[in-house]
Ligand binder design. Structure first.
Ligand code: NDP
Length: 489
């Protein structure tokens, strides 16, 4: 069950059954370049609609997504194997983001006045955010709607045309999105789809787009950035994570255990900001572990989450569990045998040394490590000791905000799992191997726009500074003025 190339096409599979579900073209570099060229023309038209015209059309698309949810849920489930309820959840969140982006683009990106300062008080200063032109979006398979739409919705709302390359595991979802958009906006190809394997993605990074929005692994992110560097094309990289969850001594342990099992095991652990490591205060460690074990034992792989979408991931999950056990860790739920041919049962590991792959590398499977800490300072230190910096979660009644601020991650949820991902007004992104740049919220809109500064002279200044007509007297006056204004320190 790997991607099969058949001449000019490739096939996608249902990872739960191994059945072929569709065949899609492998677009060549020339075809990708032609899509970007067409997108450039479409971008000019899309820009000319203004914020109101775009918001109206994005609302039409949003309505189609909302009204046809069951259809798209089926396509998502078929290509990823995830249960319908989870497929619907990612779609619901994606629709919320699309609504927010369309509604707030004008306020965030439209013209804003700025103070010109005393020396240039005769000027009217303003800044507005103009579209970049064409944005190339490269997406992963784990949330094939929510994740690419995190870039696509904001790029479109900011006035750009988009060329979208979905993962080779979820081309059908990509096609459904592009087709439904074309029905809502039939005039020009504002959102185009290119399909294929990694080479098609690589071609997109060189095809003349004005920005590449990449979501995927850190390893591929580095290739994307290197390739885009050849043409100085800017990139936003949303890569993986090794997200920690902290449990303080005063935490609601039932809620923390519930968040741990859901954060670690939902979507078979294939969530970039899923919980992978837990650090628990020693006073509540044993009680917390017992609660996690009880909840994890109740989870039915295959019922409550789906198979590993990408078969090669099974080996990585097995290796991480085996490394942890070989280094002295204990599996209190699951273990190496939990890794089957398609499904992985929940696995909870304790006493795992911090230098193990299960603690340091992104596992991207339904496993979690739980470690005991003497203080929350130690928890913060261990949580921050990672090459990744994507998301984090804190359970604490008294110190939630303080601990959240100290975690070196792009976003932190307090007393609930992954809440930041559903709040459209909040930016999302990482640092280190988790990438850089932001999608979602005002920051996500600005990521796909170019600030344009305009200074308009309202009247001739009594003191001409930027003219050869400037006199010695003027220079002396300005010198005195600045010394008076700023000289006091
Ligand atoms: P990959 O990095 O394997 O692939 C991501 C995308 O890049 C796919 O469309 C892939 O195409 C394409 N691609 C592959 N090679 C190249 C190349 N040389 N140049 C350009 N594009 C290329 O990631 P996965 O699809 O396996 O996704 C899982 C990863 O995504 C995890 O690390 C996860 O944490 C991360 N992720 C991050 C999120 C975030 O917002 N920070 C959200 C969701 C996931 P193809 O599939 O055809 O090979």
């Amino acid at each position: 069950m790997t991607t099969v190339l058949t001449g000019e096409t490739f096939e996608s599979f249902n990872p739960a059954t191994g059945e072929t579900v569709g065949a899609y073209p492998v677009h060549t570099a020339e075809q990708v370049e032609s899509a970007v060229a067409k997108a450039r023309e479409a971008a000019a038209w899309w820009d000319s609609l203004g914020f109101a015209g775009r918001a109206e059309r994005l609302a039409t698309w949003r309505a189609a997504l909302a009204n046809r949810m069951p259809e798209l849920v089926e396509v998502i489930s078929e290509e990823t194997g995830k249960p319908a309820g989870d497929a619907q959840l990612e779609l619901v969140l994606a629709i919320e983001h699309l609504a927010w982006a369309g509604k707030h683009a004008r306020k965030v990106l439209g013209p804003q006045r700025r103070a010109p300062g005393l020396l240039l008080a005769n000027q009217a200063a303003s800044v507005e955010h103009q579209p970049l032109g064409v944005v190339g979006v490269i997406g992963p398979w784990n949330y094939p709607v929510y994740t690419p739409l995190g870039s696509i919705s904001y790029a479109l709302a900011a006035g750009n045309a988009v060329v979208f390359k979905p993962s080779e595991f979820t081309p059908g979802v990509g096609k459904w999105l592009a087709d439904s958009f074309a029905e809502a906006v039939p005039e020009h190809p504002v959102l185009q789809l290119v399909t294929g394997l990694g080479e098609t993605g690589a071609a997109l990074t060189k095809a003349g787009a004005d920005k590449i929005a990449f979501t995927g692994s850190a390893a591929t992110g580095k290739k994307v950035m290197a390739s885009a560097a050849e043409t100085l094309t800017p990139v936003v990289i949303e890569a993986g994570g090794k997200d920690p969850l902290l449990v303080d001594a005063d935490a609601d342990l039932d809620a923390a255990a519930d968040a741990t099992v859901w954060g670690a095991f939902s979507n078979a652990g294939q969530t970039c900001a899923g919980v992978e490591r837990v650090y628990v205060h020693e006073r509540v460690h044993d009680e917390f572990v017992a609660k996690v074990v009880a909840k994890a034992e109740d989870i039915d792989a295959g019922e409550q989450y789906g198979p590993m979408t990408m078969p090669s991931q099974l080996d990585i999950v097995r290796r991480h569990i085996e490394d942890a056990l070989a280094a002295g860790g204990k599996a209190v739920v699951g273990g190496a045998d939990a890794v089957g041919d398609r499904y992985v049962k929940p696995t909870v590991l304790v006493d795992v040394p911090e230098d193990c792959s299960a603690v340091r590398e992104e596992t991207f499977g339904p496993t979690v490590t739980i470690a005991k800490v003497a203080t929350m300072d130690e928890a913060v230190e261990k949580a921050n000791d990672s090459v990744y910096g994507l998301g984090s979660t804190v359970f604490s009644k008294s110190r939630g905000m303080e601990l959240a601020r100290r975690l070196r991650t792009g976003q932190t949820a307090i007393n609930a799992p992954l809440s930041f991902a559903g709040i459209a007004s909040l930016p999302f992104g990482g640092s280190g191997d988790s990438g850089f740049g932001r999608i979602h919220g005002p920051e996500g809109l600005r990521e796909f726009a170019r600030p344009k500064a305009i200074a308009r002279q309202r009247f001739t200044a009594p003191i001409a500074l930027t003219s050869f007509a400037r006199s010695k007297k003027t220079e002396a006056l300005v010198g005195k003025l600045i010394a008076k204004l700023h000289g006091k320190g």
